[in-house]
Design a protein around this ligand. Structure first.
Ligand SMILES: *[C@@H]1O[C@H](CO)[C@@H](O)[C@H](O)[C@H]1NC(C)=O
Ligand SMILES: *[C@@H]1O[C@H](CO)[C@@H](O)[C@H](O)[C@H]1NC(C)=O
Ligand SMILES: *[C@@H]1O[C@H](CO)[C@@H](O)[C@H](O)[C@H]1NC(C)=O
Ligand SMILES: *[C@@H]1O[C@H](CO)[C@@H](O)[C@H](O)[C@H]1NC(C)=O
Ligand SMILES: *[C@@H]1O[C@H](CO)[C@@H](O)[C@H](O)[C@H]1NC(C)=O
Ligand SMILES: *[C@@H]1O[C@H](CO)[C@@H](O)[C@H](O)[C@H]1NC(C)=O
Ligand SMILES: *[C@@H]1O[C@H](CO)[C@@H](O)[C@H](O)[C@H]1NC(C)=O
Length: 286
């Protein structure tokens, strides 16, 4: 009698342990599933926005039968199984970029360069504060600069070169993207002045703005960017004097100011430059 009782006690406690284990397992499984489902849904939304995929890249395994971390072009964090890298560069993809890509909340690197993507750039993408690298170079993207209204982003590289974007550079760009190292907006239809507040991007190493429609004077504050190595401002409508403060750019290796309305300043500038402490510049196009 007692033996039966203790047995049933044992099985009850066993059962309880099993239930706890099972519920823990379900909790763990659903925790992973909900986050990876957000990644999967975001990427399936992207796939649905691609209208032409000449190499059938997305058709290979971008489906629910394959784990999202196994999809071509996708890399996940080994521990969290969250998508950290998406690289679908150079595939001649036609289509648009959906705002659902902003749901990939662990994304660090997004490379959609050298495709034929059109439409606007959804600001939702920049709500992901883990993002360090965004390359949309050589597409047919149009519309405004994404409003970047979100939390301070960790973004280090922003490359929108060779598109048809038409906007001004927002004056608050550096309060939204304080860690920016590379900003490349060349060959678009950007206009307005170069904001003096760009000097608040103190990590900036490359500022590439040629082949746009920027006008006004070059702000002297650019001379405060003491990590700047490359400065390309050619083929715009900039005018006035080349700021003397450029002599402070001790790391500068290449600079192009050609095809602007900065005539008359060149001789002065060269004299100024050769007399300044900075001899590091390797190539200079005026
Ligand atoms: C994911 O890829 C690994 C290694 O290539 C493979 O062993 C596994 O079966 C794949 N899983 C799924 C669900 O595709
Ligand atoms: C769930 O995610 C954790 C890390 O968050 C990871 O260690 C674990 O392997 C994942 N489990 C499954 C079943 O994918
Ligand atoms: C993406 O892949 C291409 C090759 O297809 C490579 O050239 C490029 O460097 C990759 N991008 C990143 C950010 O690693
Ligand atoms: C993309 O298209 C160009 C010309 O339209 C072609 O030369 C190139 O091979 C294509 N690349 C791929 C990956 O299909
Ligand atoms: C994905 O993003 C869309 C639009 O940005 C949003 O409406 C939706 O709630 C998000 N879904 C998930 C699962 O986060
Ligand atoms: C802003 O980002 C930080 C991490 O960098 C995060 O802890 C915080 O919750 C975010 N705030 C908002 C309002 O998104
Ligand atoms: C730029 O930085 C200065 C000083 O750090 C700050 O006072 C100013 O508000 C910043 N401006 C913008 C637009 O970020």
């Amino acid at each position: 009698m007692e033996r039966v009782h203790s047995l049933s006690m044992m099985s009850r406690s066993l059962l309880r342990h099993c239930l706890i284990l099972i519920s823990l397992f379900i909790a763990a499984a659903t925790a992973n599933t909900s986050t990876t489902t957000a990644d999967q849904d975001g990427l399936l939304a992207l796939k649905a926005h691609i209208t032409h995929d000449p190499t059938n890249f997305l058709a290979k395994n971008w489906n629910t039968r394959t784990l999202v971390c196994n999809w071509t072009g996708v890399t996940c964090d080994v521990h969290s199984h969250r998508v950290t890298i998406l690289n679908i560069s150079r595939l001649n993809l036609t289509g648009t970029i959906p705002s659902q890509l902003g749901n990939l909340s662990s994304l660090q690197s997004l490379d959609l360069s050298f495709n034929q993507l059109s439409g606007s750039i959804p600001s939702a993408i920049f709500g992901t504060y883990t993002l360090k690298y965004v390359n949309f170079r050589e597409n047919q993207l149009s519309g405004a600069f994404p409003s970047l209204i979100f939390n301070k982003s960790s973004l280090q590289l922003l490359d929108f070169a060779h598109n048809t974007l038409s906007d001004e550079i927002p004056a608050n760009i550096c309060s939204n993207l304080p860690f920016l190292e590379i900003l490349s907006l060349s060959q678009n239809m950007f206009h307005g002045g170069i904001p003096s507040t760009l000097s608040n991007c103190t990590y900036l190493q490359k500022l590439s703005l040629p082949y746009n429609d920027f006008s006004g004077a070059i702000p002297k504050e650019i001379g405060n960017l003491n990590k700047l190595k490359r400065l390309y401002l050619g083929r715009n409508r900039l005018q006035g004097e080349i700021p003397q403060e450029f002599g402070n750019l001790a790391e500068l290796e290449q600079m192009s100011l050609s095809e602007n309305k900065l005539q008359g300043m060149i001789i002065n500038f060269l004299q100024f430059y050769s007399s300044s402490a900075c001899f590091c510049i390797r190539s200079l196009v005026l």
